[in-house]
Ligand binder design. Sequence first.
Ligand code: ADP
Ligand code: MG
Length: 229
Amino acid sequence: MKETGPSIELVGVSKSYREGERTHDVLIDASATIQSGERVAILGPSGSGKSTLLNLVSGIDQPDAGRVIVGGIDIGGLSERDRTLFRRERIGFVFQFFNLLPTLTALENLMLPLELTEQANGADAESRAQTLLEAVALGDRAATFPDRLSGGEQQRVAIARALVHRPDLLLADEPTGNLDQDTGELVIDLLDELVSAAGTTLLVVTHARSLAEQMDRILRVDHGRLVEV
Ligand code: ADP
Ligand code: MG
């Protein structure tokens, strides 16, 4: 079982980007508390700051003001190296364009996070990876390279890869954005089933309202602020 209590606390988070002479305020005093194990959809128009928000939560990017606390750790207080380790061990990522490594088989793509986090190596990593491939109904495609898989299959491998090291938090940025509607629904159902079973906190950016409504909560990025829908 995962610990209870907040998984993510955003406290007065602001983030701007400079565009030449101008500054573009992307997030302005954004605050939210997300409990451990909650499944939260993030909505908002293109360019509203959804990916920026995920990058702040994972520590890939730093806020200009405010605090980002993940699993009780103020990630602004970590060194670059500790932030990288924290991200690698505690967070899983799913992207719109799958981002599988093309030179590795499906199984090898899944073994990589286990080896990087030193959770398992060799035969142990292989058997854990195989179990998770079976959980996404791709047990028979272990030796297949990503370019031989359909988009939906690649995304299922990517979901398995994002969860194989048992992260506390899964960040998914428009995971169905490159899939047709039926495949997208299947992929979300699978994601939902796996995070629910493991008690993983989920933040999923999506434009698909029906998928968002399947989550526990919906937050919208609205003119730089996070509002409950
Ligand atoms: P969304 O994911 O909601 O489409 P993003 O978070 O990617 O939006 O981007 C929000 C705004 O911030 C956009 O106007 C984008 O151009 C700008 N932006 C994002 N990242 C950077 C960056 N590294 N440098 C400059 N501007 C950026
Ligand atoms: Mg985005």
